[in-house]
Design a protein around this ligand. Structure first.
Ligand SMILES: C[S@@+](CC[C@H](N)C(=O)[O-])C[C@H]1O[C@@H](n2cnc3c(N)ncnc32)[C@H](O)[C@@H]1O
Length: 259
C-alpha cells in the first residue's frame, strides 16, 4: 500500500503554479535542463542592457529566477538586485552574485527610482495583473533609466507554439509553465509602459534554427536568439523612462539587431 503511494507519479500542477519552480529547482543551471531556453534568452536580454551609467549603478531583475542573467552582466558595473517569489531560485541567484530580494513583482519591496535599469525577463506572462507589474517596473526606474523585457505575445500562434509545441519538447518550456490566459497583449503592454513614462519599442526574436538543431543533437550547449520581423510569438522590448509620463500610445517595432 505504502509502496504504491510512493510509486505514484507526482500530480500535475495547475498551469503557472509557483510550486513548479520548487519542483524544478535543480534545473536552473543545467544547459540541457527544463529551463535551457531561459539561458539563451538571458544572453539576448543582456545585449539590450546599456553600459552602467555610473559606478554603483543598480539593475533590478524582476522575476530573476535562478539568476541566469548574472554571468552576462559580469564586469558590467551594475549591482544586480533580483526579485522573485521562489526561495530555491533566489538561493541559486545569490550564489551567482545577485542580491536576492524575496518579493512579488506586483508589489516590489524597493523604493521608487532605485534602478538605472529594470529587467523583466519572461515574467510578464506569469502575472495576473500586467498593468500593475508594469507600473511597478516603471516606478522602480529613475528618469533616464532603461526598461528591458522579453515575454510572449497573446496570439493564437503563440498559444500554439509556446504552449502546444514548446511544452512538449525538452528544454524549451517545462510542461504547465504557461497559462495561455496570461500571454501579453502587446498594445496593452505598450500603453502600460507609456503610462509609466516609458515609450516601449519591441522586436520579435526566435532561436536560430541551425543552433537549435545542433543543440538538440548534443553538438552545441547554447542557442543564439535572432531577430524576426514579427512580434506575434516571442518578443523583446526596451524603452527609456522620460521625465514626463506620456499618454497611452500604440507600440512601435524597432530596428535594433539581436544576436
Ligand atoms: C519563467 S521564470 C523566468 C526567470 C528569469 N527571469 C529568467 O529568465 O531566467 C519566471 C520566474 O518568475 C517568478 N515569479 C512568478 N510570478 C512572480 C511574482 N508574482 N513575483 C515575483 N516572482 C514571480 C518565478 O518564481 C520564476 O522564478
Amino acid at each position: 500500500m505504502l509502496s504504491s503511494l510512493l510509486d505514484r507519479p507526482r500530480a500535475r500542477l495547475p498551469r503557472n503554479d509557483p510550486a513548479l519552480y520548487e519542483r524544478l529547482a535543480d534545473h536552473w543551471w543545467r544547459p540541457r535542463g527544463r529551463f535551457a531556453m531561459l539561458h539563451w534568452l538571458a544572453a539576448a536580454r543582456a545585449r539590450l542592457v546599456p553600459p552602467a551609467p555610473r559606478p554603483g549603478a543598480v539593475l533590478v531583475d524582476l522575476g530573476c529566477g535562478g539568476g541566469l542573467l548574472a554571468p552576462h552582466l559580469s564586469g558590467s558595473g551594475y549591482r544586480h538586485l533580483g526579485v522573485d517569489l521562489s526561495p530555491s531560485a533566489l538561493r541559486q541567484a545569490r550564489r551567482h552574485g545577485v542580491t536576492a530580494v524575496r518579493g512579488n513583482v506586483l508589489a516590489v519591496p524597493l523604493r521608487d527610482a532605485v534602478a538605472d535599469v529594470v529587467v523583466a525577463g519572461e515574467i510578464l506572462e506569469h502575472v495576473p495583473d500586467l498593468d500593475r507589474a508594469v507600473a511597478e517596473a516603471c516606478r522602480l526606474l529613475r528618469p533616464g533609466g532603461t526598461l528591458v523585457l522579453d515575454t510572449l505575445a497573446d496570439t493564437a500562434l503563440c498559444r500554439w507554439l509556446a504552449v502546444g509545441v514548446a511544452e512538449r519538447l525538452p528544454g524549451l518550456a517545462p510542461r504547465g509553465v504557461h497559462d495561455p490566459a496570461l500571454l501579453v497583449d502587446r498594445a496593452a503592454l505598450a500603453a502600460a509602459c507609456a503610462r509609466g513614462g516609458v515609450p516601449l519599442e519591441i522586436r520579435g526574436i526566435r532561436p536560430r534554427l541551425p543552433d537549435l538543431l545542433a543543440w538538440a543533437g548534443g553538438r552545441r550547449d547554447t542557442v543564439r536568439m535572432v531577430p524576426v520581423p514579427s512580434t506575434a510569438v516571442l518578443f523583446q522590448g526596451r524603452g527609456r523612462k522620460t521625465d514626463h509620463p506620456r499618454s497611452p500610445q500604440r507600440h512601435r517595432e524597432h530596428p535594433r539587431r539581436t544576436a
